[in-house]
Design a binder for this molecule. Structure first.
Ligand SMILES: Cc1cc2nc3c(=O)[nH]c(=O)nc-3n(C[C@H](O)[C@H](O)[C@H](O)COP(=O)(O)O)c2cc1C
Length: 184
């Protein structure tokens, strides 16, 4: 039995989590930021190493500088808030996995609280180094991304080169028992 009476509605909301790049200017209330950070803190990680540190960024100039790192993240300058994810830099592969997990939880939690979030990747090694400089992150740490948070204005992608929307059908994605064998 589902643990929540409205579990299907919650799942529907999770299914509808989208990348939000355009935000209303309204600030994100501090208690909401704390709730999001609590969700992040409780994310599972490889060997429970919890290899993360979170930088809450509402400084317009810092967000502007991050947005200039590469064109596909120019929309970051208009986000009311960012949570930069910093990894210990001890284990490249597991920390990449852990970063994905914590990011997705932030996006889901934001959606369930009536906000939205977006992933912004800094880019190549040089751009990551520049992001570390902007955010004051020690060079030996890993810093690849910032998650923007705010009240959505639109789900439209404002970038000139658009990624394709929608999703592949299950029939293309799922096998049964052995790779390539039809499921249903
Ligand atoms: C690892 C990763 C890096 C991403 N980097 C960016 C980025 O730099 N800029 C951007 O606008 N979106 C970025 N995205 C968001 C993807 O474009 C988005 O998840 C995808 O297009 C699906 O969007 P939708 O859920 O709104 O359909 C990134 C997503 C992931 C998982």
């Amino acid at each position: 039995m589902a643990t929540l009476p409205n579990a299907r509605e919650v799942l529907e909301q999770i299914r509808k989590v989208r990348q939000i790049r355009r935000y209303r200017p309204d600030p994100v209330p501090e208690d909401v930021v704390t709730e999001l950070l609590e969700v992040a803190r409780w994310t599972g990680s490889s060997r429970n190493t919890q290899p993360w540190h979170f930088i809450v960024v509402d400084d317009r100039e810092i967000l502007r500088q991050i947005s200039l790192l590469r064109a596909p993240i120019n929309w970051v300058s208009d986000a009311p808030l960012g949570i930069a994810i910093v990894l210990d830099g001890a284990s490249e592969i597991s920390e990449a996995y852990d970063e994905g997990r914590v990011t997705e939880r932030l996006l889901i939690a934001a959606k369930l609280l009536g906000l939205g979030g977006g992933v912004a990747w800094y880019g190549d090694a040089g751009q990551q180094a520049e992001a570390k400089r902007i955010l004051g992150i020690p060079a030996e740490r890993t810093a690849r991304s910032l998650v923007t948070i705010g009240y959505p204005r639109s789900t439209r992608d404002p970038r000139p080169v658009l990624a394709r929307g929608g999703r592949k059908p299950l029939a293309e994605l799922v096998s049964f028992n052995r790779y390539g064998e039809r499921w249903h």
